[in-house]
Design a binder for this molecule. Structure first.
Ligand code: AMP
Ligand code: MG
Length: 425
């Protein structure tokens, strides 16, 4: 019996232990190039309808909307006080009051003669002969007279008709995702119903043999589906219509049937998992075979290739299975793309440069997004960059975006922080 063992003819892979290193000879698309491509290729796929103002919150304007009335509709007083004509110079002034007053919604119907003053309350239309208002606090009123000190410019403490927005002016442009403030504006300028796009229907589908539903019993090797509740609520928060397509196992036929259902029920499909090029990556395999897939190798961390394809004419975004990568890819790529499909136009998230509270060395090649939050004006990052660490997504209040090139960040150096709110969350 020999103790010498013959070595099998097997060698480690030619490249790296470092799974985040860029594969040699593969072209990785920079994040900005990928975004430009999406921006060029997508357009609204939704029809238009009309809704009453109380139902318009979060909807997307399909046409420019113009003011049908000026705001304010007529000149009025901005304060409680006394109104008179013209301005007054430096020095003391005494004016006789005329009987009556003007209040919001209860105008004074007569003219105020020159040299006289009238009691006016905030929001009251200025009667004929009143151009200027002196604040109540700056006046002594007695025996039918007021006394106060000048100077006061003509027009002081008043609002001009249409100074905010004039009838016929553009109130809000097509593509606007209507906010609470927008509803106030539209209401003020006399708009009671608006043309909007119908809500983009976004199907969300999880893939993987290992997934079970929260609430079910998870056997060994099984994990709860974390992506679906996250993605469905993200879609909801974006003001889109989330369609729950459930889970599907790693089986091409099952996936085929589910994608058929999804394309009937939705305008766009988001899948998670199975998007890389592995044995069980059926989303990318199926899309490559039948769905005119483009595999986008985006130079992004965290994120594996994003599988983009068409299924029965419906766009499919094949997101990575990893929850952290799935969320980052959704915020960075899917959100602006969904915005274009939904009619809002392209939306770039607004970031802020703030001092780092951490140190990090970054290799060139990929843009990186770290889970981050701001405390005492400095940006903290989550203690681990592991892309399976879902608790970090939840700990974070936004992302730090680190540019594609090499960087050595020291505490105090500026870094770009993008709050979740800038992604519309
Ligand atoms: P995949 O992209 O299918 O290779 O999945 C990458 C990793 O993400 C694996 O560890 C999966 O188990 C995990 N994963 C995939 N889908 C989900 C999901 N819906 N919820 C939680 N983890 C997932
Ligand atoms: Mg999988």
């Amino acid at each position: 019996m020999t103790t010498r063992q013959t070595k099998p003819d097997i060698a480690p892979p030619p490249l790296k232990n470092d799974c985040f290193a860029l594969p040699a000879g593969v072209n990785w698309t920079p994040v900005d190039t990928a975004l430009d491509l999406l921006r060029d290729r997508l357009q609204p796929v939704v029809s238009t309808t009309r809704v009453a103002l109380p139902d318009a919150f979060g909807r997307v304007l399909a046409k420019d909307v113009f003011a049908t009335r000026s705001n304010p509709p007529q000149p009025n007083t901005a304060v409680d006080g006394y109104g008179f004509s013209g301005g007054v110079p430096d020095g003391e002034h005494v004016m006789p009051l005329i009987d009556g007053r003007a209040a919001a919604g209860v105008p004074f119907d007569n003219a105020v003669p020159k040299g006289f003053a009238l009691r006016v309350l905030t929001g009251a239309a200025l009667p004929e002969g009143v151009e200027t208002v002196i604040l109540e606090e700056d006046v002594t009123a007695r025996d039918g007279h007021i006394a106060f000190r000048g100077p006061l410019k003509q027009g002081a403490n008043t609002r001009r008709a249409g100074e905010d927005i004039a009838a016929g002016d553009l109130a809000l442009p097509a593509g606007r995702n209507l906010t609470s403030a927008d509803l106030a504006l539209l209401s003020a300028v006399g708009v009671s119903a608006v043309p909007v796009y119908s809500r983009l229907r976004v199907a969300v589908l999880s893939t993987g043999d290992e997934l079970v539903e929260p609430g079910e019993t998870a056997g060994p090797g099984q994990i709860f589906d974390a992506n679906r509740p996250m993605l469905l609520s993200l879609i909801d928060r974006m003001g889109l219509d989330a369609v729950d397509l459930g889970r599907v196992v790693d089986d091409p036929d099952a996936l085929h049937r589910r994608l058929n259902q999804a394309s009937e029920r939705a305008d766009v499909i988001l899948t998670s998992g199975g998007a890389s090029a592995g044995d069980e990556d059926h989303v990318s395999a199926l899309l490559r075979r039948e769905g005119a897939m483009q595999e986008w190798r985006i130079a992004l961390k965290p994120g594996r290739p994003l599988a983009l394809g068409m299924w029965n004419g419906t766009p499919v975004f094949g997101l990575p299975g990893n929850p952290v990568a799935a969320m980052v890819c959704t915020l960075v790529f899917a959100r602006p793309a969904l915005g274009l499909l939904a009619g809002t136009g392209w939306q770039s998230p607004q970031g802020f440069d703030l001092p780092a509270a951490f140190e990090k060395r970054k290799k060139p090649g990929r843009r990186e997004y770290l889970r981050a939050r701001v405390r005492d004006g400095r940006v903290e990052v989550f203690r681990s960059e592991g892309s399976g660490r879902i608790s970090g997504l939840s700990w974070a209040e936004g992302l730090v975006e680190i540019e594609d090139g090499e960087r050595h960040i020291l505490p105090g150096d500026p870094v770009r922080f993008i709050p979740y709110g800038s992604f519309g969350l």
